[in-house]
Design a protein around this ligand. Sequence first.
Ligand SMILES: [Zn+2]
Length: 259
Amino acid sequence: MIEYIDSHCHPNDESLLVRFDEVVGNAFAADVRTMLFIGWDLESSKKAVQLAEKYDGCYAAVGFHPENLEGVSDDALLEIKDLCKNPKVVAIGEIGLDYHWFKDPKDHENQKKWFVKQIELANELNLPVSIHARDASGDTLALLKKHPVNAKGVLHCYSGSVETMRELLKLGYYFGFDGPITFKNAKEPKACVAEIPLDRLLSETDSPYMAPTPLRGTVNEPKNIPLIVSAMAEIKGIPIGDIAEAIRRNFAELFRVKQ
Ligand SMILES: [Zn+2]
């Protein structure tokens, strides 16, 4: 039997939270046995931890997303640090830079400031990070060179170029791919999947967002991971079981969980 992993999902989002047990049941029924629930601010991070506690194979990442910095403060970061005492917490995330929705240079500076502070927290706790980088891969690369994450991390829903991916691979990062690799016109993410070494690849849904083809436009769920992994298998010309096994090893190594 092939076992799948969703390394980045948001069942703490209202649309999935209202039927959380069903969402997890659907995932298990689809052989998606391991899930990492990702916070985007303090409340959603607390929720991610609570939800992860309910099931074996479920883990949490906690932190402030660059689009959700309104509630951020040094005190809030201390609360994030406190959450990390829970053994279900395996990463700081999602953190990073988003220049797609934020065009003002002042916002970019603020995002960088909190990205660095959260990297420092990850290093203090020796945790890896889950990184959101949208229309900001140049600055993300520069920042990660200047502020290395000791336990490394994953560029989630990677949407940058193959060239930037090569640079980030040299720094030791992993790459998560989701719905877009199943979209007909997504050339760059497919080129990245084709080139990425198997030992740096992760599968994710980013649910409830990013539903893969043929479910585009629906509320995404972790149960859809097999569609992503089968797209990876097709792009790379490697059997689906080999891809899933590589992802299992990568997840265990990066997030240091027993599989
Ligand atoms: Zn996300």
